[in-house]
Design a protein. Structure first.
Length: 554
């Protein structure tokens, strides 16, 4: 970067982003932040032009979720900044680090009613961990450092900085320099907390482990596996935690969080103590696993538990999760004989449902067949993003996941439309893996314009559209609770021609046995592909009826 290019606050901001290790800024430029965009163009940071600010915020979120480092999104003032808010809120509720930057009107008119002037700091405050206006060029190093530190510190979330137009264009102070990032060190668990947890577990007969998103963030998969095997106890995950415990392990119960009493719930019915590892209340309502408030709960996390009547703690351990689990294993040797007896039958039920679905040759395809073929087409380390809707319910329940962060679901805010733009970020983070966005047709058209972004930026990914011409999850809920549905049906364009119009490859599935070879062709192509796959959602009500007939304990 030339010395002349270092003269403005915009270039100082970029130097601060470089110091934070930022690789990408996802955004849409505007008149009021052209200085920042120009400064980025001369820096080693790649500005990835999105087609909608909301999509840019989802790209930043998935980048942050996969790397643990704050993803950065950028927009202009007013409507551009407001469009960032959905992904920002999604990141905060999903405990994911994001730093959002936007322009703002100049200080010379921010105090009065003027064109495109909105109090953005106040708008972002309820959906971020910290929201602030950059008042002077001198404040840039401290505010940028605080934005990243706050976003990345447990529990992670989004932060927001508004940069007034006249501040961005002002000369940078000659002595201003980025502040060096400081690393938060892992904390040892308190021996007293471990001792109290050991006392609770010492009287347990049938404990169960519940792994949430925090276990993935803290890289606790190995310690979780070791403790489960040492104690010989079953392990369930949240939708967010899928993959932190391998679904093909003999102690795996699968994911819990479905709207009805699913197979994994029976494992909790039989438990007297729940050891919740990295679980956060926004992942699902704890009433699903402790409806009678009769379970003793041991909360293991980097942060204290939130308050809920069905999540009243017997005790908690706060600190690095791997070290906490290792300490707990040393204090309570185990094993718990017979505690894992139910897990085998529950796993068999999940496997049978998936295997039965894989054998279905009906058309349109059953959701079980789509999940089975998706799993068959992807490797153990490949990444699938399951969008919100009926597709999420089927993928969360049935898609076997073997490694952390390989099945990504939004279950904090449960936002529709995140998967397609998020897949672009996933492909950037993991260029050596296949990346697939599994989306309903309703969610697909919310951000389908980002197909052009993927084609232009040469980011390979596959989009599998579950087509039912409706908001399928809402129809399911209406039929389940009201016996009828309304205002959920819509029409779709020719999705193959639509994909091809962006320069992507388009595929249409016309028979059940076409999906798997089509998936393999698309994934092997190394390009951008869209597959339109009709789905028979009559299976939705059949599933809830079948689950309602189950009785336990197993």
């Amino acid at each position: 970067m030339s010395s002349a290019a270092q003269d403005t606050t915009a270039h100082l901001i970029v130097r601060c982003l470089e110091a934070e290790g930022v690789e990408y800024v996802f955004g849409v430029p505007g008149e009021e932040n052209i200085g920042l965009v120009d400064a980025l163009d001369a820096a080693p940071i790649r500005y990835l032009l999105a087609r909608h600010e909301q999509a840019a915020s989802f790209m930043a979120e998935i980048y942050g979720r996969l790397t643990g480092r704050a993803g950065v999104c950028s927009a202009t003032l007013g409507p551009g900044a407001i469009n960032l808010q959905l992904g920002v809120a999604d990141a905060t509720t999903n405990s994911t680090p994001v730093v959002a930057l936007s322009a703002q009107v100049g200080l010379d008119r921010i105090f009065k009613e003027s064109h495109q002037a909105v109090d953005l700091v106040s708008l972002f405050r309820p959906i971020t961990k910290w929201s602030e206006l950059v008042f002077t060029p001198e404040a840039v190093p401290e505010t940028v450092r605080r934005a990243f530190k706050t976003a990345q510190t447990e529990r992670p979330g989004a932060t927001y900085l508004a940069v007034p137009e006249d501040v961005e264009g002002s000369p940078a102070p000659p002595t201003a320099a980025p502040l060096p990032p400081d690393r938060v060190r892992a904390e040892e668990p308190s021996p007293a907390q471990v001792a109290r947890a050991a006392e609770v577990l010492g009287r347990a007969r049938s404990p169960i482990l519940l792994a949430g998103h925090g276990a993935t963030r803290d890289d606790a998969a190995a310690a979780l596996l070791a403790l489960a095997e040492q104690w010989d106890v079953p392990v369930a995950t949240t939708f967010h935690g899928k993959g932190v415990f391998p679904d093909d392990h003999r102690l795996a119960l699968g994911a819990v969080g479905f709207m009805r009493h699913d197979y994994a719930n029976f494992g909790f019915d039989a438990a007297d103590v729940i050891v919740a590892i990295g679980y956060e209340l926004q992942e699902f309502d704890p009433v699903k696993i402790n409806p009678n408030r009769d379970k003793e709960i041991v909360h293991v996390h980097r942060s204290p538990a939130e308050v809920d009547d069905h999540y009243s703690l017997a005790t908690g351990i706060e600190g690095d999760l791997s070290r906490s689990l290792t300490a707990l294993g040393a204090a309570v040797p185990g094993p718990y004989r017979g505690s894992a007896a139910a897990s085998s039958e529950i796993r068999e039920m999940l496997a049978d449902e998936l295997a039965c679905g894989a054998a279905h040759d009906r058309f349109p395809l059953t959701p079980q067949r789509v999940v089975a073929d998706t799993r068959a087409a992807l490797g153990r380390e490949d990444v699938v993003l399951a969008d919100t809707g009926a597709v999420k319910m089927w993928m969360a329940r049935l898609y076997p996941t073997y490694a952390p962060n390989t099945c990504l679901i939004s279950n904090g805010l449960s936002t529709m439309g995140f998967a397609l733009p998020g897949a672009l970020a996933a492909a950037l983070v993991h260029p050596d893996r296949n990346v697939l966005a599994a989306v309903g047709d309703g969610a697909f058209l919310m951000h389908s314009q980002e197909i052009e972004t993927a084609v232009r930026e040469e980011i390979p990914l596959t989009v599998l559209v579950w087509v039912d011409d409706a908001y399928g999850l809402i129809e399911w809920k209406m039929d389940l609770e009201q016996g009828r549905h309304s205002n959920v049906r819509f029409g779709n364009p020719d999705l193959v021609a639509y994909a091809e119009s962006f320069g992507a490859a388009g595929f249409r599935v016309t028979a059940a046995d076409e999906l798997l070879p089509t998936l393999r062709t698309a994934l092997d192509s190394g390009g951008v592909s869209v597959i339109a796959c009709p789905v028979d959602y009559r299976e939705n009500l059949r599933l809830t009826e079948r689950l309602g007939e189950l009785t336990g304990p197993f």
